[in-house]
Design a protein around this ligand. Structure first.
Ligand SMILES: Nc1ncnc2c1ncn2[C@@H]1O[C@H](COP(=O)(O)OP(=O)(O)OP(=O)(O)O)[C@@H](O)[C@H]1O
Ligand SMILES: [Mg+2]
Length: 367
């Protein structure tokens, strides 16, 4: 069992920087939770407070119901894997993995067993005698993970462990870590600024910005029901489009007036948008929810093509209305040229709307 609870946790550094502000996060036993957000939002600070590497200024940290605030790092039964691996260069892979156990005076035979077991799990048995400098980035990363595994911790913490790897290796290691999570059946907290890592690996994502938690939820829930414009724009690539439109209540339905087009809102959104009649809102639509339409017609919008990015599996089309830019993702077989006029029909039932001032979602997540 290893359940981690952060209750109203804050971190104020010397000098007054409030790096984490009133964070409430529950990591269930065996859950893979990913903290994601832009640089400086407080991800590492949160993780370091769980590890005991930073003091907690306010709030409580519980592991399996036991308060951990004042328990020293070595007694928390937590293992952390860092971005820079932090391997000892003069020690072999075996020694690197065994070192922590030696310090703890674990019997030699037990150390040998744990190191060999971890090496087998990570497929690094044949490198055990090598020094870290004779390994590739991905192999070094595996050794760093191995060093965590041999300790048999209650909780694994990862701070951007893949960011030093090239794109292809990152994809491979991502899958390996997900697989490892299943095989070890362990509780893991993983920090990244890469929303793709968050989407692909997490059971639950915590989105942070400026030290504050924005939203916590399953990856697809966050994708489909972002609570605010920040989460909507952060999760998904290319990001959601945001067009400023004016809301018009014409009795039966709600129209959204962009200036160069007027479009009818989905009936399930009408009651919420009516409250904004006469006001401007952000109309959020994902690139894949813009369907190309040769025929045009009702509820279509006409745009100009500014950039064509053929990616093989699909095309990212950069477009513009008379005044506002947006992106559409289309089938790979369409042929578009810069300067073309194109007609799209947005899937209005998928649209999201955000208050112009608060940037909070206007449509509740249950709709
Ligand atoms: N030791 C420190 N003293 C003072 N301020 C700090 C200290 N460490 C971090 N900070 C500040 O706290 C905030 C959060 O930092 P943190 O390292 O947690 O961000 P992060 O989300 O991990 O960012 P990154 O993605 O760049 O690693 C930042 O504004 C940072 O400048
Ligand atoms: Mg960090």
């Amino acid at each position: 069992m290893a359940k981690v609870e952060m209750k109203s946790i804050s971190k104020v550094y010397d000098g007054g920087v409030r790096a984490v502000d009133n964070a409430n996060i529950v990591v269930e036993d065996k859950e893979f939770v990913v903290l994601v957000g832009p640089s400086g939002c407080g991800k590492s600070t949160t993780l370091r407070m769980v590890a005991g590497l930073e003091d907690i200024t306010e709030g409580e940290l519980l592991i399996d119901g036991e308060k951990m605030n004042d328990v020293p790092p070595k007694d928390r039964n937590i293992a952390m894997v860092f971005q820079n691996y932090a391997l000892y260069p003069h020690m072999s892979v075996y020694e690197n993995m065994a070192f922590g156990l030696r310090i703890k005076k674990v019997p030699k035979a037990e150390i040998d067993k744990r190191v060999n077991d971890a090496a087998r799990i990570l497929d690094i048995e044949k490198f055990l005698d090598r020094k870290p400098k004779a390994l590739s980035g991905g192999q070094r990363q595996r050794v760093a993970v191995g060093r965590a595994i041999v300790r048999n911790p209650k909780v694994f913490l990862f701070d951007e462990p893949l960011s030093n790897l090239d794109a292809k290796l990152r994809v491979q290691m991502r899958a390996e870590l997900s697989d490892l999570h299943l095989r070890l059946n362990a509780t893991m907290i993983y920090v990244t600024h890469d929303q793709v890592e968050a989407m692909t690996m997490a059971n639950k994502i915590v989105v942070m910005k400026d030290g504050k938690i924005q939203q916590i939820g399953a990856p697809l829930f966050l994708y489909n029901h972002p609570v605010n414009k920040f989460v909507a724009g952060f999760i998904g690539s290319p990001p959601m489009n945001f067009l400023t439109v004016k809301v018009i209540d014409d009795g039966n339905c709600v129209l959204l007036d962009e200036g160069s087009f007027k479009i009818k809102a989905d009936s399930s959104h009408t009651e919420y948008l009516k409250k904004y009649a006469g006001k401007e809102v952000f109309f959020g639509i994902r690139p894949e929810d813009m369907t190309y339409s040769q025929a045009g017609g009702n509820n279509s919008i006409t745009v100009k093509v500014t950039v064509v990015e053929p990616l093989g599996a699909d095309i990212h089309l950069w477009l513009t209305t008379e005044t506002q830019p947006l992106v559409a993702r289309t089938e790979p077989n369409f042929t578009f040229k810069v300067g073309d006029t194109a007609v799209f029909i947005p899937r209005m039932e998928k649209a999201r709307f955000f208050d112009k001032e608060t940037e909070l979602a206007i449509i509740p997540s249950s709709v």
